[in-house]
Design a protein around this ligand. Structure first.
Ligand code: CA
Length: 249
């Protein structure tokens, strides 16, 4: 395996879709810090939009790089977990102070890259995929009622996709005083392409279509646009957001 230094490039796109009056998704990234985030908010009034953008802002602020001579003090999973807890607290306390925002929350899927190591974390049903050698693999597991039924063998994958309760998530950021994220640690190979996305993409497009689109040899911003356009063409029932991150030498 090559040991050359990797560098990362990224692009993102978000779209209201064709049915929703507003866009409650939010995204953010910092190439210097190696942090990439997608959030899909929920809640009455403007709660969804507030929750998702609060999560992105808070996470970016906390995971920003330290001065060059200071190494990151804690291990990366610990830092990610602390940032997620702080973002959760920021949303939760804001909803406690304003009854109109009561119950607001957001999903979170994120990526932190450091050389050949990547940490993926998620809460809710926004997903991370990795395309390697033209094969698409879902890294995260949805925290949703139907996904849990599938894992327990009580429901088939296709039943889950058609289920009227398929949008019920079992974990969210900001709806309770505490939250437990999943965190995955992966080794990166040259050419790996990571996709972070909200369910507005994955509800409309099967993994096979996403894989086919991602295999096109195009700049990342054009790939993002193609994903969004394909999801809109397939119905665009929900807000659509994606970030693509590529590792190259
Ligand atoms: Ca959504």
């Amino acid at each position: 395996m090559s040991t050359a230094l990797l560098h990362y490039t990224a692009a993102a796109a978000t779209d209201r879709g064709r049915k929703r009056p507003s866009n409650e998704d939010a995204f953010g990234f910092s190439i210097e810090s190696g942090v990439f985030l997608v959030c899909d908010g929920m809640g009455g009034a403007a709660g969804g939009e507030i929750a998702s953008s609060l999560a992105v802002d808070e996470m970016l602020r906390l995971l920003d790089p330290l001065p060059a001579d200071e190494k990151r003090p804690a291990t990366m999973p610990d830092m990610a977990e602390e940032a997620i807890a702080a973002a959760n607290e920021a949303i939760y306390s804001r909803s406690q102070r304003n009854y109109k925002l009561s119950g607001m929350g957001t999903t979170l899927v994120g990526l932190i890259v450091e050389e050949r190591c990547v940490w993926v974390f998620n809460v809710g049903d926004s997903r991370c995929y990795r395309l390697r050698n033209q094969n698409l693999e879902q890294i995260t597991l949805d925290h949703s009622l139907v996904e849990e039924q599938v894992r327990l063998g009580r429901m088939s994958r296709s039943e889950a996709q058609r289920s009227p309760i398929r949008n019920v998530i079992t974990r969210a950021l900001g709806t309770q005083s505490r939250v437990t994220p999943d965190i995955f640690e992966l080794e990166v190979e040259t050419g790996d392409l990571f996709l972070l996305c909200s369910d507005g993409l994955t509800r409309e497009l099967p993994d096979s279509s996403i894989q086919l689109l991602l295999c096109a040899e195009l700049p990342l911003d054009q790939l993002c646009m193609r994903l969004v356009e394909a999801a809109k063409k397939a119905g665009g029932h929900d807000n659509i957001t994606c970030i693509l991150v590529r590792a190259s030498e």
